[in-house]
Design a protein around this ligand. Structure first.
Ligand code: BGC
Length: 774
């Protein structure tokens, strides 16, 4: 019989980690984390670890950071400054094994083997361990854990334990870690616990059911306490004890709504099915996702695996059924950034969801739609009109960026991003437009999208102030390059703002033509008259951009070119970010860029870079970038790929891939999911040259010479299209939906059902080759 606790055999689907190192353990727990968009769980070992509680951690660290999360479960902890944070829920995977009265703990005796594997194909975490206790008993465990993609409320743990000898008094305890939860318990009975967050009054219920079988026969459990099961037996050498634990979770955002019955019902569904059927349904759901989101690269196993890792985490992070939550900067894989949502979601993640999983993209954009009132309030607070989205957002849409943080020497450092990083409003508008163009989801566009476009445009029109030089300026901002604060006329911000206003005008035109009643109602509701639209047109014409028409170069912000030149290559060997190495002041006075800024603009709005403009700007800014953010390298890869510089594109892709695939302690707080979304973009929007916002489905491949074939699928305007690219041919297959036009390297053809399209060229026309550094 197929052993369900063994990983997929096909190569390239399984990530393995052997052994234990306190320096990298937390990073492993992030990388191998499980998630289904509603629940998240770090890959901490379930067995043989001691308890975790909060204490002074000046010079020692937690050996492990077990954490379970529920999307949207925010509360305000007692921090200074106060900022909302995701509240962890009970770790439901904890197992204690007590042999002849002695608890098995990893720090005692000898850990002979400890292997964790993330089976990305099946979406399961598999662990194997062998431990010899100080008394000489050898115990071996195999474990499977999952958070179900077929039923998002549900989780499952199956653990098999074998001892090497007869006659040991075994006590096995399965429990939920109930201590230090940061929530008020409101009910705790046999199989279910319910808690309420203190400040926000959200309610979360967790139900659990566990069974132990010895050689197939069920053993009755002692139930000394809710959500705790104890089994005792006398061992026989080689005898298999199998623990199967189901868990189910439900959240409610209103204190009056008790989610407990939902958790109980979900638990019942799982236990009635039995763990094998729960596992099968979960695997089938993952299989469907891989069918849609899988990327095959013939000729680059490493990047193929890295892209799988990206798609694994992207799939794990989103939930199309909940449009009240979005994806935090670390997904549900760690505590860094407290679960807050940044521009990362719209700029780095949305293209994947839009092209592969539009239902998830829609939910993420609806989250922003629901938060419009808070964005309007923020704009008003700062004296502007329209909607200014928060730089960091949690569950209410209010600004949640901490106003100060502690610097390296413990001194408070003022954080200005919450006040000044305004480009997020245009980034959200961009994602709305791209989603609508790619999906043709008119209902969304009409009922929500236009309003976001219009309210953000209105913000920009009030933000871009006409001055004596005849231009409209956007002063006192922070662009994507956060090393330079309080700058004027950041090119990224201004060009995106101009684009935002222009698209809002287009959107409103279209709404008036196709849905005049909706247009009239919207204009009425938000008091938008034609005079204001004239002002928008004026803003589009007069917003300054910092473009020098003679050279084609944008100035990143007013005065950037006059800053001190600095060779970032002198600092690349430092393990620390450049602003820490040379100090904040010197960084601010230098031409050193934290992350893709003008380069990100090339990626998002290539039409703003006519002629050689993209190459000119890339050549100028790429050497000035210190990549002080995990978002940076992937965006550089995408642009290098568009410019045909495959070698550089691959180098930046590998750099991004290594961020979370290598044992990098920086992943301790969770995977850098924006980098993973960026990696997907580098391959699909960069190398394959997919344009999601065109009139037709557009492709303009620049395949690296070492890649023989790149294959993937996209959803576009209700169709599913399979694409396969080699150096001299592109093959497109309409898998689902009606015929469409498809444009390959400028050549438009019609793609018919049951008739794959083969576009071939005699030379290597679809290859990247140019070296932009040349
Ligand atoms: C980056 C931001 C990003 C944030 C969260 C920062 O270091 O500079 O662009 O949004 O991290 O990932």
């Amino acid at each position: 019989m197929l052993d369900l606790l063994q990983p997929t055999e096909a190569p390239g689907w399984v990530l393995a980690h052997e052994g234990y190192n306190v320096l990298t353990e937390s990073a492993v727990e992030s990388r191998f984390a499980l998630g289904n968009g509603f629940l998240g769980m770090r890959a901490a070992r379930s067995t043989s670890r001691g308890p975790t509680w909060v204490s002074w951690l000046g010079y020692i660290r937690w050996a492990s950071w077990p954490r379970c999360y529920v999307a949207g479960l925010f509360d305000m902890p007692n921090t200074e400054p106060p900022v909302p944070a995701l509240v962890p829920v009970a770790d439901w995977s904890r197992v204690r094994l007590i042999l002849d009265g002695e608890p098995l703990v990893s720090r005692e005796g000898e850990m002979l083997r400890g292997l964790r594997r993330l089976d990305m194909r099946r979406g399961v975490l598999l662990s194997e361990w062998t431990h010899r206790t100080p008394a000489g008993i050898t115990a071996t465990g195999h474990e499977l854990r999952l958070l179900s993609l077929a039923d998002r409320a549900a989780g499952l743990q199956v653990q098999r334990v074998v001892l090497d000898r007869d006659g040991v008094d075994v006590r096995l305890e399965a429990s939920f870690g109930l201590a230090g939860l940061g929530m008020e318990p409101i009910r705790l009975k046999n199989e279910v616990g319910t808690w309420r967050t203190e400040g926000t009054g959200k309610v979360v219920a967790m139900a659990g059911g566990a069974e132990l079988r010895l050689e197939g026969a069920s053993v009755p459990a002692e139930r000394p306490f809710p959500l705790r099961w104890i089994w005792r037996w006398r061992s026989k050498a080689g005898q298999v004890a199998e623990l199967a634990r189901h868990v189910a979770v439900a959240r409610s955002d209103r204190p009056a709504e008790d989610p407990t019955p939902h958790a109980e019902a979900a638990l019942e569904r799982g236990t009635n099915l039995g763990w094998r059927a729960v596992l099968r349904a979960h695997e089938a759901a993952w299989n469907d996702h891989w069918e849609d989101g899988g990327i095959d690269i013939d000729g680059d196993d490493d990047l193929e695996r890295a892209l799988r890792f990206a798609v694994y985490h992207l799939t794990s992070a989103a939930n199309p059924d909940d449009d009240r939550v979005s994806i935090g900067a670390r997904g549900l894989t760690g505590d860094a950034y407290f679960g807050h949502v940044f521009w990362d979601t719209e700029t780095y993640l949305l293209p994947y969801y839009t092209a592969v999983w539009p239902e998830a993209a829609r939910a993420l954009l609806m989250y922003r739609y629901h938060m419009l009132p808070a964005a309007r309030a923020k704009a008003e607070l700062f004296g502007y009109r329209g909607a200014l989205y928060p730089w960091e957002s949690a569950d209410t849409g209010e600004e949640t960026t901490p106003e100060t943080v502690l610097g390296p020497a413990g001194q408070p450092v003022e954080i200005l991003t919450g006040k000044m990083e305004h480009h997020i409003s245009a980034d959200i508008a961009y994602a709305v437009w791209q989603y609508w163009r790619a999906t043709g989801d008119d209902d969304f566009f009409r009922d929500a999208g236009v309003e976001i476009l219009v309210e953000t445009a209105r913000f920009w029109a009030s933000r871009a102030v006409a001055e004596a030089d005849g231009g409209r300026h956007i002063r006192h901002v922070i662009g994507p390059d956060e090393y330079h604060e309080d700058v004027d006329d950041n090119a990224f911000t201004n060009v995106m703002a101009r684009w935002n206003i222009a698209r809002a005008l287009d959107a409103l035109d279209l709404l008036r033509k196709r849905w005049p009643d909706h247009a009239a109602a919207l204009q009425d509701r938000i008091a938008l008259d034609d005079g204001e639209l004239d002002d928008w047109r004026d803003a589009v014409a007069r917003i300054v951009t910092g473009l020098d028409p003679t050279t084609g170069l944008y100035e990143q912000f007013a005065g950037f070119h006059a800053l001190k030149p600095l060779d970032v290559r002198d600092y690349v060997t430092h393990a620390l970010p450049i602003d820490v190495v040379i100090g904040r002041e010197q960084t601010q006075g230098s031409q050193v860029v934290k992350q893709a800024d003008v380069v990100a603009l090339i990626a998002l709005l290539p039409e703003a870079f006519p002629g050689e403009g993209a190459a000119v700007n890339f050549r100028h800014y790429e050497p000035r970038c210190a990549h002080g953010s995990s978002l940076s390298a992937a965006m550089h890869a995408r642009v290098a790929a568009r410019l045909g510089d495959s070698e550089m594109a691959l180098r930046y892709m590998r750099e991004t891939a290594s961020l979370d695939l290598d044992p990098d302690p920086n992943s301790a707080g969770g995977v850098r999911i924006a980098g993973l979304g960026g990696l997907w973009q580098a391959a699909i929007l960069g190398i394959a040259g997919l344009n999601l916002a065109g009139e037709t489905l557009e492709l303009d491949p620049k395949l690296p010479p070492t890649w023989r074939r790149l294959s993937f699928k996209v959803r576009w305007r209700g169709r599913s299209v399979g694409l396969s690219i080699t150096g001299d041919a592109v093959e497109a297959t309409l898998i689902d939906g009606d015929e469409i036009d498809i444009t390959v390297a400028g050549d438009t053809r019609t793609l018919q059902p049951r008739s794959p399209l083969h576009v071939s060229r005699s030379s290597a026309a679809f290859r990247g080759a140019v070296d932009v550094d040349a």
